[in-house]
Design a protein around this ligand. Structure first.
Ligand code: NAP
Length: 340
């Protein structure tokens, strides 16, 4: 039976997404076609719509996070089959290929960015993970960023601690869980109301990022450990300067940050910009170590939990624009999701 696809098209900066027909992508070598049952919204979606990242090749299909079932497997792909329930990190943002965006009924995703999900995980829960997992993994494990050993080699991180600033964010919750799985002791920040969540995900200690003594408190807590570095999952000027200041107090180190680092980072801090897609397109060893070798069993066992909580905004492509609009002012410890 012929498949029928519709997409929420991005035509122009400062214009609403428009729903219209789209071709069903044909998965090439190393690719998988997924029928999306849930897609998640990320800050980059409203940033693009507001013109912060001018894109060429419009119209495009935005969106990074998909969860659904496999419709077709391309050549040179092993370990996946038609009908399988999966999550995937859509890479259309970089390739510009409309069939690789998330905000449509069918998406072509590279197999390196796909993991099977257990039956106990709903599609909406699974859809909160891919972009956050890739972003966290790039900062933690990419050889040019914090360069830590992946969970399969966790003994190499033994005895080390890491600071994760913004532990209740989407990226922060993934970074905490991956760092803990990789054998690190995690010291995180969050608002007080989110302390419990951050602890449940495995952080050893949580600090209120709004407290005037947060830098001193973190420094005191971390000084008895070998510091692996810091991960700023927020990227504001304050979060970068505060994370950097903790590193300075402890003798310097590497700071992975989710946006390009500010210019006045102290000299003893080696600040590195994270790029989620780097582990899927460049340092593929990390992508494979996470999506192929770690995530399937970690999701099955509950070692990696879907976090933060999915909030379903609506069912159908027409809810993607309202979901983007709802994310623009910011959320606390939740991920906005649209089911399809
Ligand atoms: N470079 C990349 O490849 C890449 C990939 C993905 C995301 N990003 C970027 O990473 C950032 C985070 O994305 P996300 O999806 O994880 O965001 P998010 O989940 O929407 O972030 C929400 C969280 O941010 C926290 N927060 C807000 N203001 C804060 C502040 N001043 N200090 C500390 N925490 C603060 C809140 O924590 P509390 O409620 O606990 O206060 C809240 O839980 C965005 O700028 C996004 O564009 C970059």
């Amino acid at each position: 039976m012929a498949l029928n696809n519709q997409a929420a098209w991005f035509h122009k900066t400062n214009e609403k997404l428009q729903i219209g027909p789209a071709e069903v992508g044909k998965p090439g070598a190393g690719e998988i076609l997924i029928k999306n049952h849930a897609v998640a919204i990320a800050p980059v979606d409203w940033k693009i719509q507001d013109g912060a990242f001018p894109l060429t090749g419009l119209p495009r299909v935005l969106g990074n996070d998909v969860a659904g079932e496999i419709v077709e497997v391309g050549e040179n792909v092993s370990g996946f089959s038609k009908g399988q329930r999966v999550l995937g990190h859509a890479i259309g943002l970089v390739t510009g290929r409309p069939e690789q965006g998330a905000f449509q009924n069918f998406t072509v995703v590279p197999a390196i960015a796909v993991s099977p999900i257990p039956d106990k995980l709903s599609y909406e829960e699974a859809s909160v993970l891919p972009l956050a997992i890739s972003t966290a993994a790039d900062g933690l494990f990419h050889k040019d960023k914090l360069g830590l050993a992946t969970p399969g080699h966790k003994e190499e991180n033994s005895g080390k601690a890491i600071l994760i600033w913004g532990g209740s964010s989407s990226v922060g919750t993934a970074a905490i869980q991956l760092a803990v799985a990789a054998g690190l002791k995690v010291f995180a920040t969050a608002s007080k109301k989110n302390f419990e969540l951050v602890k449940e995900l495995g952080a050893s200690e949580v600090f209120d990022h709004a407290s005037p003594s947060v830098v001193g408190d973190l420094t005191a807590a971390l000084q008895k450990y070998t510091l692996a570095g810091a991960y700023d999952a927020i990227g504001s000027r304050d979060s970068q300067l505060n994370s950097a200041q903790v590193l300075v107090q402890l003798g310097g180190g590497t700071l992975a940050v989710v946006i390009p680092p500010i210019a006045d980072i102290p000299a003893t801090v080696n600040a590195k910009a994270v790029f989620a897609l780097a582990i899927l397109l460049q340092d593929k060893e990390v992508g494979e170590a996470i999506y192929r070798d770690f995530l399937p069993a970690a999701l099955e066992s509950g070692q990696i939990k879907p976090a933060p909580k999915a909030e379903v905004v609506g069912h159908g492509l027409e809810y993607i624009q309202p979901a983007i609009d709802a994310l623009r002012p910011g959320v606390s410890a939740k991920k906005l999701v649209v089911t399809l």
